[in-house]
Design a protein. Sequence first.
Length: 157
Amino acid sequence: MKQNQKGFTLVEILVVIAILAILAGAVFFALNPTQMFRDARNTRRRQDVDAVAAAVRQYVLRNLQGDPALISDPANCDLAALPVMDPVGGVDATEGGPLSDLSTCLSDYMAVMPTAPGSSVYRWGVDDATSPTHVYVGVDSMEEVDGDTPDDYYLVY
């Protein structure tokens, strides 16, 4: 008597499942989701700093006639004191001031001040508290990528 075999044997199904598991594991490690999330957070930090830098540039050009020294005038930006920042050697979390200081000045140019992902802090400052010639916007820390931790500063004006 002849038997018609339909379907797969248990061994064949287990072999296919094992092959699919190996392929899924290889794809997971190739994509490296941890690195992708880290890169995404660093990209967001750069984009936020770029947006704030552009808003500060517009503020200085439109409201201060292109002279960053006028930012020290309380009538222009209602700041108690200008935070000083030294762009040489990277951003220190204690240098400069928080971006929230600029929220009043930049309200026409930015609807909401960005907040940094993770434990990073966005900072801003000037090169000289009495007669500034440059305004800086930056992030105090970026996440390490391939053993390198870059600090980002953007010269605004």
